[in-house]
Ligand binder design. Sequence first.
Ligand SMILES: N[C@@H](CCC(=O)N[C@@H](CS)C(=O)NCC(=O)O)C(=O)O
Length: 203
Amino acid sequence: MKEVSTRKLYARPQSGNCHKVRLLLGFLKLSYQEIPVDISGGENRREPFISLNPLGQIPVLVEGETVLRDSQAILVYLARKYGGEQWLPSEALPMAQVVQWLSVAANEIQNSLNLARLYYLMNAKVDIDLATRRGHAILNVMNGHLASREWLECGRPTIADLACFPYVALAYQGGISIEDYRHVKAWVERIKALPGFTPMPGM
Ligand SMILES: N[C@@H](CCC(=O)N[C@@H](CS)C(=O)NCC(=O)O)C(=O)O
């Protein structure tokens, strides 16, 4: 383990966005302290948390004086700082290809598969028909992309895979089955089989 005694991850067990970060911390063998944030109790909207992230969202990574919000940004930081070329290449084109999928994770996946999950698990106000349609649309795109490759980019696992993985693996909790997307299903199993993989509740 590479020790940074002050590395902290503000998170909650049920959050797929937090789990992306947890996965990379694990793969990189980085030690950290997890600080639970009680979102249902509104802790994310009060001090001291709101000073760490004015958006009131988890995950937040604190490493010494560095404070970072957003799971995608945190993946980029950890991958480049501790992962060498493995998880996020530095060359222009492969880096951009990985970043394409970070955007998919933050937009198409977050606003479909994750919203559908929040509708069923947390009674969130969501247009469930729209979220479901969008969920199937992005699964269809991913399935086509993965038909000819094992990993989203670079021929190896990168943060593109980690960013997209949790809400795809948990899609069933939002009433969306990945059974018909066989290449996506195989990719989910491939990620779960990576040495050092740890599941989150529901996986
Ligand atoms: N773009 C952000 C989204 C983070 C996000 O939506 N976090 C949720 C938990 S998974 C949250 O903190 N929700 C509480 C709220 O918005 O009040 C990321 O990828 O980290």
